[in-house]
Design a binder for this molecule. Sequence first.
Ligand SMILES: Cc1cc2nc3c(=O)[nH]c(=O)nc-3n(C[C@H](O)[C@H](O)[C@H](O)COP(=O)(O)O)c2cc1C
Length: 194
Amino acid sequence: MELTEILARRRMVRAYRPDPVPHDAIERIVSTVRRAPSAGFSQGQRLLVVTEQPTRDAIGDILGDRQWVGEAPVLVVVGVREDDYHERYTKPDKLVEGREIEWPVPYWHFDAGAAAMLILLAAIDEGYAAGLFGVFAEAMEPFKELLHIPSDVAVTCCITIGKAADDSSWDALTSRLTQARRPVDDLVHWERWD
Ligand SMILES: Cc1cc2nc3c(=O)[nH]c(=O)nc-3n(C[C@H](O)[C@H](O)[C@H](O)COP(=O)(O)O)c2cc1C
């Protein structure tokens, strides 16, 4: 599929048919993480793929009212290990005046977002729909405990993948329809800010 077509199709889908996604398709989708950029090639991104129904049900219970999450046949937890960045940036070629750089923004969170984007686009390329949700602070501890996610890996978001079902009732309530899409001139500046 052409990138322009993938981008035209990309939206967060919040209803899924139960049909399982073949393992090799899941593998191709999640393997795109190896193509994700990362600061200093730290490769701190970590994915956890969940397909088993009881685990998905348990995740649905932890998250509460977001029913569509448990419906999706595939869930990908996008995590990142911040320590990979500190370890990388304390190697000789990355030290600045003998010290680890002062991070302008947390590059590990940036890199997790870049990996998430690849997964969303790769899922569409394979003919599936995808959605993304955040795990709220109060749910984080039971969520990580359920999935045995180690303490040095931060959960940045989760991605649902599967064949789209009708989510029109959901969609009407979502931010994409309640918020106006900003004009490109609000988002893109040229040469100087003003
Ligand atoms: C970091 C992040 C967290 C999000 N969390 C949720 C969420 O918890 N639940 C949800 O339904 N959508 C969530 N979304 C999806 C956004 O609502 C959606 O991307 C936005 O409304 C634009 O719609 P579109 O992606 O379909 O174009 C999240 C998106 C991002 C990037």
